[in-house]
Design a binder for this molecule. Structure first.
Ligand SMILES: NC(=O)c1ccc[n+]([C@@H]2O[C@H](COP(=O)([O-])OP(=O)(O)OC[C@H]3O[C@@H](n4cnc5c(N)ncnc54)[C@H](OP(=O)(O)O)[C@@H]3O)[C@@H](O)[C@H]2O)c1
Length: 429
């Protein structure tokens, strides 16, 4: 074993960073044996240097992250600050000064992954980011390496624990969205400002990363269709139950049937209770992968939290250190397929539509005609009347999103349709 240690600069020592530092210390001997050289924490960059941080020697703490990555003797920079800047600049500087990088930063990878990969390649360094998608769950490496000989057709997953906790609460207790969110906040599953989670920005970033890796093509954050889950109601859950379904916020990345394009989207959807993703409870994450040769695979586990996320960071750290000792680099960006990302309108799926209509003869026929005129075939219709008003629940066969949008626009113009109470996609059948 080499005695000279590999030096690690830790950028950020918050929820994830503090656990990375702890595991680096407590598992030091095992890590050294697995890597073939000891790993030394050479510096820790933070914003508030006076904050007491258990197990971190004060002399390692600095507020000058740039100076730390520019030192010239750093082998690996672990970026767990988050956000776009200064993380992006620090990662680029790290490559320029000879370090490889491990990051957990989904927002940055989704936005600037291509440029960061190019910088890593230009400097012959590694960029690893297993922790950026689904926390502790090994997913990036299985997609990038274990399935590199297969052809992935679909990746569908629950990649945000906060929203899964909220939806699971609504499902199991009958609570409304706000009540379930309040509970998630009280228990520490949701942040004070939950926008990134509930409006699905976080899940969209993960979908962009997953789609790019799965289909060997570049998928930018802007390419991902995004719809949050704040409009999901207790009534939607009751409708889902009547269909033998539950509701999940899903990230869905698909290759088109002819293989010539891909789509990536994040939105709430009904899935049958028989689907493996339906049984993912609480704040857990799971990703369902379908490929030509392997068939169906499911990856499941904690998608966030300091210690689980640090596990993924440490796995990357070991891999990057091994590469470094071997004078090699691991797999970089694989975007050779260069497939176009189709707009949401071309996505084909089933829909559950809830309409408030006038309770009088002929309404059903009128509504059915609108569906037919837009080429959307109806699977089932259920009507419930009360005091001259009625609710009409229509479940369609597979149709394009554009056709469904056209249908709904036309329905809204009917005098007999008082309102469109909800539109929910039905997936996983
Ligand atoms: N938390 C999770 O469960 C989880 C899961 C998966 C991925 N991630 C990703 O992991 C990353 C870190 O998340 P986190 O939850 O650990 O965040 P966090 O608790 O807010 O920690 C951020 C750390 O960065 C430091 N920092 C902020 N600005 C800085 C600057 N300009 N220079 C130097 N240090 C700076 C902070 O310093 P102070 O301590 O002085 O404030 C803090 O130590 C993010 O990219 C996040 O998306 C997190």
């Amino acid at each position: 074993m080499r005695t000279r240690p590999l030096k690690v600069a830790l950028l950020g020592c918050g929820v994830v960073g503090s656990e990375v530092a702890r595991i680096m210390t407590t598992h030091a001997d095992d890590l050294a044996a697995r890597i073939g050289a000891p790993v030394e924490l050479a510096g820790v960059a933070v914003r508030r240097p006076s904050k007491v941080r258990a197990g971190i020697p004060q002399e390692l703490v600095t507020t000058d992250a740039t100076a730390l990555v520019k030192r010239g003797d750093i082998d690996v920079v672990v970026e767990v600050i988050g956000g776009i800047e200064p993380a992006r600049g620090l990662i680029t500087t790290a490559f320029e000064h000879g370090a490889s990088v491990v990051s957990a930063n989904k927002a940055l990878l989704a936005q600037d992954g291509a440029a960061l990969h190019a910088a890593a390649e230009a400097h012959g360094k590694d960029l690893y980011y297993e922790a950026a998608v689904a926390g502790a769950i090994p997913l990036i490496r299985p997609l990038r390496e274990s399935l590199a000989g297969d052809k992935i057709n679909r990746v569908m997953g629950i990649v945000n624990g906060t929203t899964n906790f909220i939806l699971d609460k609504m499902d199991t207790t009958g609570a409304g969205y706000q009540e379930a969110l309040d509970e998630a906040t009280a228990l520490g599953y949701a942040e004070a400002d939950p926008t990134a989670d509930v409006e699905a920005f976080d899940a969209a970033a993960k979908a962009a990363i997953l789609a790019g890796i799965a289909f060997h093509t570049r998928v930018r954050l802007d390419d991902v269709y995004r719809e949050g889950m704040t409009e999901v109601t207790a009534a939607d859950f009751r409708s889902a139950k009547e269909m033998g379904c539950t509701i999940k916020l899903l990230a869905i990345c698909e290759r088109s049937k002819d293989g010539a394009s891909v789509t990536a989207r994040v939105h709430p959807a009904m899935i049958p209770l028989s689907h493996p993703l339906a049984s993912v409870r609480g704040a857990y994450n799971a990703v369902f992968v379908e490929s030509d040769a392997a068939g169906q695979l499911m990856f499941y586990g904690p998608g966030a939290g300091g210690s689980p996320t640090a596990s993924a960071v440490l796995g990357d750290l070991v891999a990057v250190c091994r590469n470094r000792l071997n004078g090699a680099t691991g797999p970089g960006e694989s975007a050779y397929a260069a497939l176009p990302v189709s707009p949401m309108g071309e996505v084909v799926t089933r829909y559950h539509i809830s309409l408030d209509v006038a309770d009088k003869p002929g309404v059903l026929a009128q509504v059915a005609t609108v569906f037919a005129e837009h080429g959307v075939s109806i699977d089932t219709v259920r009507q419930q009347g009360k005091d001259g008003e009625a609710s009409l629940v229509v479940v369609t066969h597979r149709a394009s999103d554009a056709s469904l949008t056209g249908t709904v626009e036309a329905l809204r113009k009917l005098d007999t349709v008082r309102g469109v109470a909800s539109i929910m996609r039905v997936e996983g059948e």
